[in-house]
Design a protein. Structure first.
Length: 317
């Protein structure tokens, strides 16, 4: 049964923050790969492949052909109109959702999104990405999204709109972490006892804003298993799977605390099983196959939860 519980405003808040989080993660990964592409001492076997696999609909043949082509990747990821997941198109979608939720978002947030929208639609942007300005553009965009998150945190009221936007944000972040983690463990057959060095894991950790924390926490320790501990099970790491799931759970509790509908209870229990499957995994004795299963199952279940969540709250019949 479809339940028209909330207005389109809640839908807009959910997708606004989800689109912005996706763009933020994509730009951080792009910036990481772009900077490291100049490091000739690094034995880079993947190029931009993890970025293209997760954030685009390119075929595997196209990805293999373009994975080392920096000029193509920059324009395709940032401002390519046919690429529905380009920064330009995601900002357009975010702005549309923000405009539909203007009575729920702050003036400061709207003005920042609008400014970003106009920058992304600058007619000379694609040409600038072919020049030495490319680095400055990527840096500006990363700072703009840091500023967006700051404005969001400082100015937004903590009502139902905040709950929906936070759930959307952390669903997206969790899926990004899982997919990028898979991109680096799949090529080594999820081998937790391997001896890949820190240079191998640097791209993953930098793409998740976790490199500095990793160096401070896990120095002089074999990396393959410890990277898993950080990106999946570390409750102090803002991009870890368990951290994002716990935040989603917190905001679900706020949404459901006065809701006795059976559909809401069913959805809450569904998410509880998902979270528990990660929370009670013994990562100290995790096997290679169990790691693969945890990542695959969590991703599948989270996508299904997101679909069911949208059906429950954003059906307009």
């Amino acid at each position: 049964m479809k339940v028209n519980m909330l207005s389109r405003v809640a839908d807009g808040m959910f997708w606004l923050n989800r689109y912005m989080e996706r763009t933020d993660g994509m730009l951080l990964t792009l910036n990481t790969f772009y900077i490291l592409s100049f490091d000739k001492e690094t034995n880079d076997s993947q190029g931009y492949k993890p970025l293209l696999e997760y954030y685009t609909d390119l075929s595997m043949e196209q990805i293999n052909q373009m994975q080392y082509d920096t000029n193509f990747v920059l324009k395709y990821i940032i401002c390519d109109s046919p690429n529905h997941n380009s920064v330009k198109n995601l900002v357009i979608k975010a702005r549309e959702n923000a405009r539909g939720s203007q009575d729920k978002i702050t003036k400061e947030l709207w003005e920042h999104i609008n400014s970003l929208y106009h920058f992304m639609n600058s007619p000379d942007l694609p040409k600038k990405l072919e020049t030495s300005d490319a680095s400055n553009i990527i840096s500006k965009l990363n700072k703009d999204f840091l500023l967006y998150n700051g404005i969001l945190q400082v100015t937004m009221p903590r009502g139902l709109g905040w709950c929906f936007s936070s759930i959307g944000k952390h669903i997206e972040r969790c899926l990004q972490t899982i997919s990028l983690t898979q991109a680096y463990y799949a090529p080594i057959q999820y081998n937790l006892d391997g001896n890949e060095d820190l240079l191998y894991w640097r791209r993953l950790l930098l793409s998740l804003s976790g490199y500095e924390l990793y160096l401070k926490s896990y120095s002089n320790i074999p990396h393959n298993r410890k990277v898993v501990q950080q990106v999946i099970f570390n409750r102090d790491f803002a991009h870890s799977v368990i951290y994002t799931l716990e935040l989603i759970d917190t905001y679900l509790n706020n949404l459901f605390k006065d809701n006795n509908l059976s559909e809401a209870r069913t959805l809450h229990n569904q998410f509880g099983r998902l979270k528990s499957s990660v929370e009670f995994t013994d990562y100290h004795h995790l096997t290679n196959k169990e790691l693969e299963d945890v990542l695959n199952n969590t991703r599948t279940q989270l996508i299904q939860f997101s679909t069911d969540f949208s059906k429950l709250f954003f059906s307009y019949t």
